[in-house]
Each structure stands twice: as structure tokens, then as C-alpha cells.
Design a binder for this molecule. Structure first.
Ligand SMILES: Cc1cc2nc3c(=O)[nH]c(=O)nc-3n(C[C@H](O)[C@H](O)[C@H](O)COP(=O)(O)OP(=O)(O)OC[C@H]3O[C@@H](n4cnc5c(N)ncnc54)[C@H](O)[C@@H]3O)c2cc1C
Length: 374
């Protein structure tokens, strides 16, 4: 099926699903706790109707189309303000890692229930002492016969409290250089010794968690990719995560900027100047991403531009509406959403690798500038 014909099919499908209330409203990369039931039902419906795993092979529940078809799905969901998946960590991060590095047994066992939403995933990478410097992580997985014994602590694990599985990065050889001693696992969150503690963030929600792993006996078939080869698998996952800020993200950002324009004070030169800057960068980002067609090298550019502009747009939104009036005036309920977005937006400059780290990657890998001192 041509991409353009498929786009028509997606638009019809989404229009009907928005009309009958099946489509879950968009919530971004992390599943909002209050939307879990709706989002899970939407994911299941999409899987039944052939609108999940569009480029995944049919033997694992996908539709066997191309990545260009998937890109159309994301773009049209962004245009319709509909969630394109239950959670990024499952469909994009775990799903793509399994497709790339999984055995047939792992793919058969884990991919179909991920598509139907029966398996929700989280990402168990960051630790209290390892975020930007991920290779420094300390969680240990010690091989012991047909299992690994896992001990350690993860943090900022989005949706871990509702997840059935986690993609876990752990140290399997402390003697090797930092990033060469890591392995990647599909971790069953129900294993005894797993304790999940939600963390409350400044929006009032608790979307991410601390995860404590104590003497967990993890079956050896949880290993994804080779032993001590986890860094390679994890780096591809991070590229997928940053790439997810792609063309579809530019669609929603530009829509927000268009919505914002009529509410700004055109007489104020600072507002005019800031808004013109945001708008031109937003349009440039949209064009750049529509041309790069999923080229992974653009992922850090998309990530840093999108999250910085989201932050800027949210700041403008707040000022345009008058923050205090919004919280106390007659429109307080409607504008609480803007305040929520404002409190949420700094996190997106950090999640998936901070803006500073993206700029380092752009400098070193894309522009081939000298490496920063380490
Ligand atoms: C909303 C949200 C959701 C998240 N979800 C998950 C998740 O599901 N799973 C998961 O594993 N993690 C998750 N994270 C964690 C995230 O990946 C880390 O917070 C991020 O990588 C930064 O690590 P850190 O917090 O340890 O900060 P640090 O690495 O300690 O950085 C602190 C500051 O120093 C700067 N810095 C560090 N190194 C450099 C450098 N070399 N050059 C210039 N500046 C530098 C950083 O930019 C930052 O401003 C999430 C974070 C957020 C905010």
C-alpha cells in the first residue's frame, strides 16, 4: 500500500475513533496515571484493527509495512492529538530493541503482548550516580548457572509502577572498561526482590519511580544481545528515544505555536521577538525532520530543539495568559492545564539525555568537533 493511500486510511480511522471516544488523548512519552485504562483499551483496539506495530513483521503481530508508514501514523496521531501508543518504553524502546537483538523465542514471547498492551514496559537505565554518565552504572548482574543474581538501584524509571517488564542495563563484568562490562536484559518486574517506589514530581503526579533490586534471581534467557554487549543495544535504544522527538513532535509543537499567536500582546517588543524566534525555529525543525526521513543522526538535533522549544513555548503560554490570573481567576480550571505543562516541561530537557549532552553529541559526532575533555 502506498504511503499516501495509507495516510487517508489513518485519517479516516482516527476521525472515527475520536468521534466515538475510543481514541485516547495524547499525553507524550510517559503514560499519565489517570489515563491508564483508556490508553490500554486504545492500544488493544489499535492492535485488533491493524494499527499497531505497522512496520513490525506480521509473524510478531505487526502489519509488515515500512517505517515510512509508521511515520505517517505518528504524524497523523499528533495532528489529531491522539496517543500513538500506550507507552514509548514498550512500543518504541523495548519493541525496537527486541526486533534488532532478540532471539526468535524472545520476539515470539514478548512482542505480540507488547502490541496488544498486555505488557507495559519501563526503562531501567538511570541510577542515583549514573545518568549522563550512563556507563558508570553500578547495578550488578552476576552469572550463576542458568540465572543472573541482580543487585542495585535504578531511579527516574517512568511508569515502573504499572510496568510488567523493564529494559535493564546492568554490569556483568566489573573488571572490563566501564561500557564493555554491561549487559542488556528484558527484566520481569514481578521477580521476587523487586521493589518499586513511586516518586512524586512537582506537577503532583507520580509518573516515575525508584526501583530497588535485591538478590533477584533473573533467568538467563532475559539477556538480550550478547553477554557484555549491552552498551551497543542500549545506545540504539537511546537513539530511538531521541528520534521519537521527530517529525510528529514538530507537528504538535507548531500547532501549539499557532494556537498561542492570537493570545500574545503584539505591542510588546519582547513578546514579539521571543515568539518570532520560537516560530521560525519551530518551522525550521518541521522542515528539517520531514526531510531527514528517520535518519538516526538527526535524533539529537530533534531532541534538543524540540524540548528547548517546548519549554520556551510553555513559558510564553504562561505569560500570555497571566500566571496569577490563571490560577485564581474564573478560567483557573482551564488554565491549570497550561500550568501543568509548564511544570512538566523542564523534565523533557533532561529525559532521554539532557540538552547539554545532546549538544555534546551534535558537536562531536555530527560536526566532528574535538571531543570535550573527559
Ligand atoms: C521526565 C523524566 C523521565 C525520565 N525517565 C527515565 C526512565 O524511564 N528511565 C531511565 O532510566 N531514566 C529516566 N530519566 C532519567 C534521565 O535519563 C536522566 O535524568 C538524565 O540522563 C540526566 O542524568 P542525571 O539526572 O543523573 O543528571 P546528571 O548526569 O547528574 O547531570 C546533571 C547536570 O549536569 C549536566 N552535565 C552532565 N554531564 C555533562 C557533560 N559531560 N557536559 C555538559 N553538561 C553535563 C547535565 O546536562 C545536567 O544539567 C528520566 C528523566 C526525566 C527528567
Amino acid at each position: 500500500m502506498t504511503v499516501e493511500r495509507f495516510r487517508d486510511e489513518v485519517v479516516d480511522y482516527l476521525t472515527a475513533a475520536v468521534g466515538d471516544g475510543r481514541a485516547c488523548p495524547a499525553y507524550g512519552a510517559i503514560l499519565t496515571p489517570g489515563l491508564y485504562e483508556h490508553a490500554a483499551a486504545w492500544q488493544r483496539y489499535c492492535a485488533e484493527q491493524g494499527f499497531a506495530g505497522l512496520h513490525w513483521p506480521t509473524e510478531f503481530g505487526g502489519r509488515g509495512l515500512t517505517r515510512a508508514h509508521s511515520a505517517v501514523w505518528y504524524e497523523e496521531c499528533a495532528r489529531a492529538e491522539v496517543a500513538p501508543y500506550l507507552n514509548l518504553q514498550g512500543i518504541v524502546l523495548a519493541g525496537e530493541a527486541l526486533l534488532r537483538a532478540g532471539t526468535d523465542e524472545q520476539k515470539e514471547r514478548l512482542l505480540p503482548p507488547t502490541l496488544t498492551g498486555d505488557l507495559v514496559w519501563c526503562q531501567l537505565f538511570s541510577e542515583p550516580g549514573a545518568g549522563s554518565d550512563l556507563a558508570g552504572l553500578q547495578t550488578r548482574a552476576v552469572a550463576d548457572g542458568d540465572r543472573f543474581v541482580v543487585n542495585g538501584q535504578k531511579v527516574w524509571s517512568s511508569n515502573a509502577d504499572v510496568a510488567h517488564y523493564g529494559i535493564l542495563l546492568a554490569r556483568t563484568d566489573p573488571e572490563r572498561p566501564a561500557h564493555k562490562g554491561l549487559s542488556f536484559f528484558c527484566y520481569d518486574m514481578s521477580l521476587p526482590g523487586t521493589e518499586v517506589r513511586p516518586l512524586r514530581q512537582m506537577t503532583g503526579d507520580a509518573e516515575f519511580c525508584e526501583v530497588f533490586l535485591t538478590d533477584v534471581a533473573m533467568p538467563a534467557d532475559a539477556l538480550l544481545g550478547g553477554l557484555h554487549e549491552g552498551w551497543r543495544v542500549a545506545m540504539a535504544v537511546l537513539e530511538d528515544e531521541r528520534g521519537s522527538f521527530g517529525a510528529a513532535g514538530a507537528v504538535s509543537l507548531n500547532r501549539r505555536l499557532d494556537d498561542l499567536a492570537p493570545n500574545l500582546d503584539p505591542a510588546d517588543p519582547v513578546t514579539r521577538d521571543t515568539f518570532a524566534g520560537l516560530l521560525s525555529r519551530g518551522r525550521a525543525l518541521g522542515h528539517l525532520l520531514s526531510r531527514c526521513d528517520g535518519d538516526a543522526r538527526h535524533a539529537p538535533v530533534a531532541k534538543v530543539m524540540r524540548s528547548e522549544m517546548d519549554f520556551g513555548a510553555t513559558e510564553r503560554e504562561l505569560m500570555a495568559n497571566g500566571a496569577v490570573a490563571m490560577l485564581t481567576g474564573p478560567d483557573a480550571a482551564a488554565t491549570a492545564e497550561v500550568v501543568d505543562r509548564f511544570l512538566y516541561s523542564p523534565g523533557m530537557r533532561i529525559a532521554g539525555g539532557s540538552s547539554e549532552i545532546q549538544r555534546n553529541i551534535i558537536g562531536e559526532r555530527l560536526l566532528e568537533l574535538p571531543r570535550e575533555p573527559r
